[in-house]
Design a protein around this ligand. Structure first.
Ligand code: HEM
Length: 185
C-alpha cells in the first residue's frame, strides 16, 4: 500500500545534495549538506546536526473539477530519470489566513492569485507533491512541505514561476518560507 506520510531529513546523508538554501521570510533552517526523503512513518530520526520535517499528502481543498481534469491531463509523476533537480520549499501561513473561511481562502488562492492557472503553465516540466503538516499537529514548524522535481533545463522556468507566485496576494499570508534546492547525485 502506498504511504501518505513523508519525512524530509536534512543532514549528511541522502540521495539529494543541497545546492542552496535561501530563507525568504521567517526563521531560517540550519544549512545542511544532503537531504533524504523517507516514505512512511519509520526509519527516520533527527540527525545530530540537522532537521527532520514531516508531512502527509491529503485530499484537495481548493481545486475545482475543470482544473482537476486539466491538472491530471498535464501533470507528470515524481521520479522521472531526467528530473535530477528538486526543490523542497517548506511554507507556513499566518493566523489571518487560518482565520478565513474556505470560500475566502479559495478566492485569494485562485480568484486573486491564480495559483493553479500560473502553475498549469509550467506543467508537465515541473512535477510536484504537496504535503500537509497541520494534519499531523499544529506544533509542526511549517504548514506545508512543497516538493518539486524538474530537469536542469527547466530550472529557469521554475524560478520564473516562483517569481509570479511570490508576487501574488496569497503570498502576503506566508510568514515562513525556506527554499532548498537540490540535485540528485
Ligand atoms: C496548493 C497546483 C506550484 C505551493 C496547490 C493546489 C494546486 C496547486 C492545484 C491546491 C490543492 C488543493 O486543492 O488543496 C500547483 C501547480 C504548480 C504549483 C500546478 C506548478 C508546478 C507551487 C509552488 C509552490 C506551491 C512553486 C511554492 C513555492 C503551494 C501551497 C499549497 C498549494 C503551499 C497549499 C495552499 C493551501 O492549502 O493553503 N498548488 N502549484 N505551489 N501549492 Fe501549488
Amino acid at each position: 500500500m502506498s504511504t501518505r506520510f513523508f519525512q524530509f531529513v536534512g543532514g549528511d546523508t541522502g540521495v539529494w545534495r543541497v545546492v542552496k538554501t535561501h530563507t525568504l521570510i521567517g526563521e531560517p533552517l540550519l544549512d545542511v549538506a544532503r537531504l533524504d526523503v523517507v516514505a512512511g512513518q519509520d526509519n527516520a530520526s533527527q540527525p545530530d546536526s540537522g532537521w527532520l520535517l514531516r508531512g502527509i499528502t491529503s485530499n484537495e481543498r481548493y481545486v475545482e473539477r475543470a482544473e482537476k481534469n486539466t491538472l491530471v491531463e498535464k501533470q507528470q509523476g515524481l521520479g522521472r530519470p531526467e528530473a535530477t533537480c528538486a526543490a523542497l520549499i517548506p511554507i507556513r501561513k499566518n493566523a489571518a489566513w487560518w482565520a478565513l473561511t474556505q470560500d475566502e481562502r479559495r478566492h485569494i488562492f485562485e480568484g486573486q492569485s491564480q495559483h493553479i492557472q500560473i502553475g498549469l503553465d509550467y506543467l508537465p516540466a515541473i512535477a510536484r507533491r504537496l504535503h500537509h503538516c497541520r494534519d499531523i499537529s499544529e506544533n509542526e514548524p511549517f504548514d506545508f512541505l512543497t516538493w518539486f522535481e524538474f530537469a536542469p533545463t527547466d530550472e529557469e522556468a521554475f524560478n520564473q514561476m516562483l517569481m509570479q507566485l511570490r508576487a501574488s496576494e496569497e503570498w502576503q499570508y506566508i510568514d515562513r518560507e525556506v527554499d532548498i534546492r537540490l540535485v540528485r547525485e
